[in-house]
Design a protein. Sequence first.
Length: 415
Amino acid sequence: MSSKPMPRQPEMNIGTLGHVDNGKSTLVQALTGVWTAKHSEELKRGITIRIGYADMAIYKCPFCEEPFNYKVSEVCPRHGVETEFVRAVSFIDCPGHHSLMITMLSGAALFDGALFVVDSRQRFPQPQDREHLEAAKIMGVRSLIFVQNKVDLIMRERALQNYEEIKSYVADTPFADSPIIPVSAQHGLGMEPLLYAIEKIMPTPPRDLQKPFQMPVLRSFDVNLPGTLASKLSGGVIGGSIIQGKVRIGDGVEIAPGLPVRENDPKSPYEPIYTTVRSIRAGGRAVEEATSGGLVGIETGIDPSLTKADSMAGNLAGAPGTLPPVWRTLQVSYTLFKRVVGVEGEIEVKQITEKETLVINIYSAVTSCVVSKRSSDMLTLELSKPICANPGDKVTISRRIGAGWRLIGYGNIVQ
């Protein structure tokens, strides 16, 4: 999260998509000032491994002409006048490497819109570009902007060629009319037209605050430093994006599926966790209440040893007694792609077979499963660990192909 508090809680989530090394994290840093790759292995390898987060406030200058009138500062650097706050948004920065596709899908489930970052030096699409575009379609992303990055490293002719490559590839997709904005994220150039595009095509979705609170858990933490006195310990923290309703300090929270009753037993039943909200952070500041949209962190009364290192990720948090069912066996209506996306060459997607092992994503939950029964449009899946989800929720289906799991299809939970 940004170190500077937002004037208001973030209203929506904007994801980043695109092939590895296209500059997604650099773009988020150019917009927010936050480098989202904080894990030691990310810093060593220079790629995003875990889902990263940052918040951004958008302001409008009354004197700058379009499309240069939107800023990320309270004072316009061009005119030196105060700008008007428009809204705050959260970024979900997803990895682009093919081996981390499943991690990306966990974040994409919460996108309200997306920035598709393209390396303008490379021919479009690169393998993971194709995979990420398919994921965006499956997840129902409607507002998408192509960010033509690294234009400072190419000639004008190559920039125009890359523009035509993008337009041609997406011509028959839901993203045919998506804007294409040239930028240099490394030098912070082109950010104002990009902000203008965000404001014009990514409206804040309507939120139903009357429904019971629900939040897929994307991350979880133990925020206590080593040596902290027992009397000073903070409770376990869960982070995610509220998909419906709102939550206040003091509210009760149920987290499901929760924890296995018997440790180290893969067949153990799970029991939900019941706790209370101790504090809430949204937009870089402490708040009394958080509503749907944007990213939030919630301190609970849970033993922090249970939330360290993202151990609660994949759970669903919500108002006690209102969460959807927990599934160990899942019925899924499904559709397969004709070809495997994200790999070089043309590889046909073969029909799923009984007893085959797959990986599925539902919101932030990821689990392997075995196909116990298959028909032309229906799968019965035996899950390696339970999932809390609603009938009708979207499911993405991945199969091991070569060294990694590849997206081969999608579906919906059938009651």
